[in-house]
Design a protein around this ligand. Sequence first.
Ligand SMILES: [Zn+2]
Length: 329
Amino acid sequence: MTFQTMPKVELHTHLEGCAPPAFIKQLAHEKKIDISGIFDAGGGYAFRDFDHFLKVYEAACTTLQSPDDFRRLTMAVLEETAAHGVVYMETFVSPDFCGGGDLAAWKDYLAAIEDAAREAEDKLGITLKGIVTGIRHFGPEACKPAARCAAETFGDFVTGYGMAGGEMVRRPADYAYSFDMAREAGMPLTCHAGEWGGAAMVAETIRHLKVARIGHGIGAIDDHAVIDQIVENDLVLEVCPGSNVVLKAVDGWGSHPIAKLRDAGVKVTVSTDDPPFFHTTMTAEYDMLNKTFGWGEDDFKALNKTALAAAFCDDDTKARVAKRLETAQ
Ligand SMILES: [Zn+2]
């Protein structure tokens, strides 16, 4: 078995962020939108740093204007992801990009995404679940409609609530209202923290937002007390090493803390975040973890087991995915 064909579970992706550049270019062409400035000479996405990345990301999203666009997007993304052995994927979906936070519009977009997910499951054997996501840099007020959309559509496909976007905007406690709303609806929670904001941001996120998982969380490495807190609370980190390297959240693969966190007893998982933006795939992530830290098949099997246990989906889906992981091994 190669790293590419090994069955994988991926918990941290952003649906629009997985959009192949050629797909976005095609949509821009069809809609006569000029976003040529977001591409480099090779046809990939071009950005300078994290803030510029967010701008380029949002510019790409301007081409996604209807439920049908999202149906096509979901299919294009799942074809790409399944080609790297991913059998179960959770993806962040944002009502802000799907109808501007309006609940009725959101339901239309969601139906289209679910449709494509069902088709992909039949054709490609990959299961997709959605985590509704507030965008942090749009502010605490803008996250409330996202949380309401999440709570109102929590079910088979929408399995959790989370927050992405610019981590240094406000503090976690400012977003507690949205997280409380989702928690009261019974939703499991995750939040990006500790990609840029260090251990303190991770600690505040645990304290105020009471999440089960943390997006990235790598800043925890600088504070033993925060690592202990993660372990004691049985939290899981959605680590995206390739993303961290490209965005320079770490100096390079060699200094990425994923191995140290794992050795400290933290439950780590591996994801691609926004693969075409970061020139990565799940195969490439495994390859680099192998080259950098010597991780092999047994490590990756354990990693996928951890990820599936931490998945937000129902037990029946977990049992089905577990079988797919086992039969291929
Ligand atoms: Zn992310």
